[in-house]
Structures are given as C-alpha cells and as structure tokens.
Write a protein that binds this ligand. Structure first.
Ligand SMILES: [Cu+2]
Length: 128
C-alpha cells in the first residue's frame, strides 16, 4: 500500500477514535471513574469538566473519613456539605485536593459552590 494511503487511513482511524471518545463515556479523567467512591478507607471523588460529581451517592461510617477531590483537566471545583456549610476540599484543574469528612450520622447533600456548578454538581451522602 502506498505510504500516503497508509498515512491517510491512520489519521482517519484516529479521527474515528477521537469522535467515539467525544461521544460520551470516554471523557478524560485524572483517575478512572471506576476507582471513585468510598473504598473502606477514604472517599475518592471526581469533579468532571462537564460539571458532575462522580459518584453522586456515597455511604460512609460515622467516623472521620479522608476525602480526595480530583479535578478533571479544565475546571476547578470544591465540595461543600450544604447542611453544615463546611467546605471539605477544593481542587484546581487537573489537581487533587484533600480534606476530612467528619459529620454526625445522617443524610446530607454535597455540592460544588463554584458559580454555576451547583445545579448539576450535587450528590447525597449517608453517614452512619
Ligand atoms: Cu464545580
């Protein structure tokens, strides 16, 4: 096969792969969404570039739990517990912020309070 044809086919296949990624499910994350959640020791939360938390539901024991908030590459986020007003962690684009969740048993709503984010960036956490 002529070299230019091979090059053309290669760039076409790359374009198809990129299009597939942009179609959803393949968005770039600093960590794998499958690794997000509470693993028995800590909470790993992702703030995505399309303004969502992964995951949007958490259940943890009633004890201090370390929390990592990972920001995807383009947008900064934070996590605030509405009921207590406490900001647990913040992260810059592409970086990770840490904090400790320490609240009484109950069900709480967490949001990102960066302007324009809280409409979609919210989740529910059950403690205890
Ligand atoms: Cu946010």
């Amino acid at each position: 096969m002529p070299h230019f044809l091979r090059a053309l086919l290669w760039s076409l296949s790359v374009a198809v792969m990129l299009a597939a990624c942009a179609g959803g499910g393949g968005r770039a994350t600093v960590i794998d969404p499958g690794d997000a959640g509470y693993d028995g020791e800590r909470i790993v939360l992702i703030g995505t570039d399309d303004l969502l938390f992964v995951p949007e539901e958490l259940a943890v024991p009633a004890e201090p739990v370390p929390l990592e908030l990972h920001c995807e590459p383009a947008v900064n986020h934070n996590i605030v517990i509405i009921e207590t007003g406490e900001e647990i962690a913040v992260c810059a684009p592409g970086e990770t912020g840490t904090g400790t969740l320490e609240i009484a048993p109950g069900t709480y709503t967490y949001v990102c309070t960066v302007p324009g984010h809280s409409a979609t960036m919210r989740g529910e956490i059950t403690v205890g």
